[in-house]
Design a protein around this ligand. Structure first.
Ligand SMILES: *[C@@H]1O[C@H](CO)[C@@H](O)[C@H](O)[C@H]1NC(C)=O
Ligand SMILES: *[C@@H]1O[C@H](CO)[C@@H](O)[C@H](O)[C@H]1NC(C)=O
Ligand SMILES: *[C@@H]1O[C@H](CO)[C@@H](O)[C@H](O)[C@H]1NC(C)=O
Ligand SMILES: *[C@@H]1O[C@H](CO)[C@@H](O)[C@H](O)[C@H]1NC(C)=O
Ligand SMILES: *[C@@H]1O[C@H](CO)[C@@H](O)[C@H](O)[C@H]1NC(C)=O
Ligand SMILES: *[C@@H]1O[C@H](CO)[C@@H](O)[C@H](O)[C@H]1NC(C)=O
Ligand SMILES: *[C@@H]1O[C@H](CO)[C@@H](O)[C@H](O)[C@H]1NC(C)=O
Ligand SMILES: *[C@@H]1O[C@H](CO)[C@@H](O)[C@H](O)[C@H]1NC(C)=O
Ligand SMILES: *[C@@H]1O[C@H](CO)[C@@H](O)[C@H](O)[C@H]1NC(C)=O
Ligand SMILES: *[C@@H]1O[C@H](CO)[C@@H](O)[C@H](O)[C@H]1NC(C)=O
Length: 494
């Protein structure tokens, strides 16, 4: 049976500036007069420390307790205050009466420190998706604390101060995760919201081009093109670029601008994504532009159509929005993924649409095929004879892509006209002769020419006096000959 009653009041400490006074009561026999009373505190570090001792009329208080303890010598009660956190501990009393009988008692005092500084710490500080187990520790100042965890608004199971998540995924710690610490006074404090980024990726590394070019497609020489790359990654992936398997030095970041494309820039472009935390590198394969040139009707052309991602079950093709022509020069190969144009003819020019289908959806891509040809079917039209002083118009007609450069010649000397139509406003006799139209296609590097003979028209007024005399003499001589012959024949008959 204890000699004194422990005051069950829960006490606040000086940390609040609200230190309460505690009274340790005894149930000592008040009839007795005590010769000595000694109150002590027990601590693990310092052992038994006296707080106040009374012997006869003398009271002794150690320096540490001066002004904080009062003893009622009649009933042995100890009053102490204001309490501090350091007062937490076990107390004992020893009282000796005039018959030299000693009575002792002990009690525990708990001084509650209010809860503060609630913090969440994670171990490790950074986590990789799937491979890491993350342990979250909640720490707080204060005594006799209970901890609880929340994820957003839902409770999270934890083992007191700790909660651990194994094979953590990228979403699990986006939280916000909270920890609350509660002491026996029912005071609760929450931690700051905690979230943690779990490293993952790169994943779904994708590359696109502007203008959109189908895998293995063509872009015009001299054109510009922008390739863009994206990746799902935390932290964001470092993106770099490769051309035909070789790193392009200094080309990093989400876009690669290719300008004034030349033949050497054709080939395969790749974007490579690297995550410095997961140490993973993932390439996005996309066939880049084949900066080719289609020249001449002699060679063939293959158009291939493929999807950057996914499985293709079926291919379909259209030319200029209609079914493919059955011309024997347009063939489907490789289950329809390739269209072979051989031999290439000018009729092959146009817009080819490829439709890719699978069980889920259908996508389209269009490609404009430009065919360079000619000059073909070159002819000159015009009147082959005109009157002097009339106008002469010669038209050179031809088929060529791109437009051919025209030159005219007359009797093997060059003329200045460079248009398809040659006009002479007033024709003179000297304009009769051979006209040539010459056409040159710079893309096909072919020449073609055609000729036209302009025969003159006679103009008597234009003859000289000598010529007229000659004609008259000639006619007279003919008449004389005829008359002479007639007379000679008549005589022979006779
Ligand atoms: C000491 O306790 C007695 C008995 O309870 C009481 O009458 C007395 O007033 C107390 N003395 C002091 C100084 O508080
Ligand atoms: C969490 O607490 C435990 C013991 O309570 C300790 O061993 C561990 O290092 C702590 N981890 C962190 C991240 O504070
Ligand atoms: C993650 O775990 C897998 C399988 O256990 C292992 O192959 C991989 O190397 C690990 N990754 C890291 C970064 O430790
Ligand atoms: C926390 O909540 C989010 C959203 O509800 C959830 O995706 C995630 O898995 C949760 N994390 C844990 C550790 O339970
Ligand atoms: C934690 O959440 C805040 C706000 O929701 C956000 O700004 C921050 O980036 C997040 N931090 C991490 C490491 O995810
Ligand atoms: C390509 O870009 C350059 C500027 O970088 C511009 O001068 C040029 O006109 C562009 N060419 C085409 C075909 O758009
Ligand atoms: C077109 O494809 C066929 C079959 O794969 C191949 O033999 C031919 O060389 C290709 N032609 C061109 C111009 O690439
Ligand atoms: C054509 O399709 C068949 C069956 O789907 C496949 O086995 C074959 O390899 C394909 N041929 C080509 C050239 O892609
Ligand atoms: C052009 O050639 C024709 C036929 O060869 C000839 O008759 C004509 O005199 C020539 N004209 C000139 C101006 O040389
Ligand atoms: C075509 O004609 C041009 C000039 O008219 C000339 O420079 C070129 O050599 C000719 N090419 C051929 C293949 O005859």
């Amino acid at each position: 049976k204890a000699l004194y009653q422990f005051n069950p009041l829960l006490l606040l400490s000086l940390l609040y500036n609200l230190g309460q006074n505690v009274t340790f009561k005894t149930q000592a026999d008040l009839e007795k007069s005590f010769i000595t009373i000694v109150w002590s505190k027990h601590s693990d570090e310092e052992g038994l420390q006296p707080i106040i001792s009374l012997a006869g009329a003398t009271v002794n208080v150690p320096e540490a307790y001066e002004g904080r303890v009062w003893l009622n010598r009649t009933n042995g009660r100890l009053k102490m205050g204001p309490t501090t956190a350091a007062d937490d501990g076990e107390y004992s009393v020893s009282m000796v009466d005039d018959k030299a009988v000693t009575q002792t008692g002990e009690r525990e005092l708990r001084v509650l420190v209010p809860v503060s500084s609630v913090l969440i710490a994670s171990s490790p500080l950074e986590a990789l998706e799937t491979n890491s187990t993350v342990v979250l520790n909640c720490s707080a100042l204060g005594s006799f604390l209970d901890f609880s965890w929340t994820n957003g608004t839902t409770p999270l199971l934890g083992d007191g101060k700790r909660t651990s998540i194994s094979n953590v995924n990228r979403w699990e710690l986006r939280g916000p995760i909270g920890c609350s610490a509660t002491n026996k006074l029912e005071k609760t404090m929450n931690s700051a919201p905690f979230n943690m980024s779990v490293h993952y990726g790169p994943e779904a590394v994708k590359m696109t081009s502007l203008p959109a070019v189908a895998a293995g497609g063509f872009v015009g020489r001299g054109s510009n093109m922008t390739l863009s790359c994206s990746a799902a990654s935390a932290p964001p992936a470092a993106l770099s670029w490769l051309h035909n398997g070789k790193a392009l030095p200094g080309k990093t970041g989400p876009t690669l601008v290719l300008s004034d494309l030349g033949l050497t820039q054709g080939g395969t472009y790749k974007c490579s994504a690297h995550n410095a935390k997961t140490l993973r590198t993932v390439d996005a394969p996309v066939t880049g532009p084949a900066a080719g040139q289609l020249a001449g009707v002699a060679g063939g052309v293959n158009l291939t159509c493929g999807a950057a991602a996914g499985e293709v079950a079926q291919w379909a093709w259209l030319k200029d929005g209609a079914a493919l022509p059955k011309d024997g020069r347009t063939t489907l190969l490789a289950n329809g993924s390739m269209l072979r144009l051989l031999p290439l003819a000018k009729e092959h020019r146009g817009v080819y649409t490829c439709i890719l289908k699978n069980a889920v959806n259908s996508v389209k891509a269009a490609y404009t095929l430009v065919v360079f040809y000619g000059p073909d079917s070159l002819t000159i039209r015009g009147e082959s004879a005109v009157e002097v002083n009339d106008a002469l118009t010669l038209t050179c007609s031809l088929d060529s892509n791109p437009t051919a450069a025209i030159k005219w010649r007359f009797n093997n000397t060059a003329r200045t006209e460079t248009t398809k139509v040659l006009t002479i406003a007033t024709v003179a006799y000297r304009d009769t002769g051979l006209y040539t139209c010459q056409a040159y296609n710079a893309k096909t590097q072919r020449n073609a020419s055609s000729t036209f003979m302009l025969s003159g028209a006679l103009d008597p007024e234009g003859l000289s006096g000598g010529a007229i005399a000659g004609i008259v003499i000639g006619v007279l001589a003919a008449v004389l000959l005829a008359v002479g012959a007639f007379i000679y024949c008549k005589r022979k008959q006779t």
